[in-house]
Write a protein that binds this ligand. Structure first.
Ligand code: F6P
Length: 321
């Protein structure tokens, strides 16, 4: 393989730049030409492509966001859109593609590979950690640390005023950002889409905790696990506590990647290029399992079912009692 392309797609995640840097430098190391495609599949369809050199990715490892920019592209879900993308790749002589993104981006990569025979490697880049075949995704560690820093700040002020705080975090349908940040931040209640909860029980427990002299509590609410306003209103009415709400929003998607995300991005990037070069390999999702980098054919990766981390849930229940 002489020429490869790299793009970032879907929601951005800290560590995407570090992954692109690793892809570019690995490709150059092995003597390949590498092209950066802007705005994900959109740029592949419309030909927003620039050749990247080792120096093009200098000063990039520490930056959040993605310098290649990103987009969610509806046209690419249609065969005609993918045909245009394949034509662009052919025009540039690009034989292999690295896609950094989440589930939707990987499905696009698989379709491009199935329809037009272009070998694609997917690097999991999403703060949500919602891809079951891999233990971690790029950006998750940074996002959790950003949330944690917010929780630390909130605890200070909640404690001072004897208040209860509900902080809503991202994750789409996955409660892991809430679970990890909640445990690490010492939250008393963690509400996620995976585990049913009873607001009446939480209200009773808040009342009991007040009677015991504990006047400040922290609830971490995952996106998709309930409505922040409704939960706050219910608990105010039934537990008679002073509740403050914080919706963290996109602040948790940005920021300089942590050491863990930079190392992961580097390992993913190197492996993705080496898989592209390997004549025996097929289009695959790159991931990490028990601290080993893996490459799993897309079909197989999609079939892995997400399991709830019961050990962590139990730990959170035990420690918040
Ligand atoms: O997938 C990452 C994510 O931040 C989710 O946690 C969230 O549901 C979604 O993207 C938000 O998307 P947008 O930035 O398009 O509002």
């Amino acid at each position: 393989m002489k020429k490869i392309g790299v793009l970032t797609s879907g929601g951005d995640a800290p560590g995407m730049n570090a992954a692109v840097r690793a892809v570019v430098r690995t490709a150059r190391y092995y003597g390949m030409q590498v092209y950066g495609i802007e705005r994900g599949y959109e740029g592949l369809i419309s030909g927003q492509i620039t050749e990247l050199e080792t120096r093009s990715v200098s000063d990039m490892i520490q930056r959040g966001g993605t310098f290649l920019k990103t987009a969610r592209c509806k046209e690419f879900t249609e065969l005609e859109g993918r045909r245009k993308a394949a034509d662009t790749l052919e025009a540039y002589g690009i034989e292999g593609l690295v896609v950094v993104g989440g589930d939707g981006s990987f499905r696009g990569a698989k379709d491009l590979s199935d329809d037009f025979g272009i070998k694609c490697m997917g690097i999991p880049g999403t703060i949500d950690k919602d891809l079951a075949y891999t233990d971690y995704t790029l950006g998750f560690d940074t996002a959790v640390n950003t949330v944690l820093s917010a929780i630390n700040n909130l605890r200070d002020t909640m404690q001072s005023h004897d208040r209860v705080c509900i902080v809503e975090v991202m994750g789409r349908h996955c409660g892991d950002i809430a679970l990890y940040s909640g445990i690490a931040g010492g939250a008393e209640y963690i509400l996620t889409p995976e585990i049913p909860y009873d607001l009446n029980e939480i209200a009773k427990s808040l009342v009991k905790s007040k009677l015991r002299g504990k006047t400040s509590n922290m609830l971490v609410l995952a996106e998709g696990a309930g409505n922040l306003e409704e939960i706050a209103a219910f608990l105010t009415e039934h537990a008679h506590v002073d509740i403050k709400r914080t919706h963290l929003g996109h602040v948790q998607r940005g920021g300089s990647p942590t050491m863990a995300d930079r190392i992961l991005a580097t390992r993913f990037g190197v492996r993705a290029v080496e898989e592209l070069m390997n004549e025996k390999s097929v289009s695959s999702a790159i991931g990490i399992k028990e601290n080993k980098i893996i490459a799993m054919p897309f079909e197989q990766a999609f079939a892995v079912k997400r399991e709830t981390n019961t050990e962590l849930y139990n730990a959170s229940k035990i420690l918040s009692k």
